[in-house]
Design a protein around this ligand. Structure first.
Ligand SMILES: [Zn+2]
Length: 115
């Protein structure tokens, strides 16, 4: 079974783009074309995204606090490019979890039912 198979009916009804936007365990997920039930990215993707968010947030805080101290040292590029580094981190924060959702980890049945 590939990671693009529906966990309900087992049919391959997902593609990387649809899977990328299926969200995590706490989201509503995407509907399977075959059986109409909802699927989300499973525990693996959820844990990865949570850890990744924390790491990116920590890096932004660390850079924010330490960038001014690097002025005049070999690391003064951090001070010079602080804004670009943080911008890059924020972009990766928005894109990397989507890529991971698209290409890794299995789909699981959505826990949240439809309201
Ligand atoms: Zn299905």
């Amino acid at each position: 079974m590939s990671i693009y198979n529906c966990p309900h009916c087992g049919k391959k009804t997902f593609n990387p783009i649809k899977k990328a936007f299926a969200g995590q365990l706490n989201s509503r997920g995407k509907v399977c074309m075959e059986c109409g039930r909802r699927c989300v990215n499973g525990k693996g993707a959820t844990v990865f995204n949570a850890v990744y968010s924390v790491v990116i947030f920590a890096l932004i805080v660390i850079i924010y606090l330490n960038a001014p101290k690097t002025a005049g040292t070999a690391y003064d590029w951090i001070d010079k490019y602080e804004w670009y580094i943080n911008f890059g981190l924020v972009i990766s924060y928005m894109i990397i979890p989507k890529l991971v959702n698209a290409f890794f980890f299995r789909l699981e049945p959505a826990i949240r039912s439809e309201y």
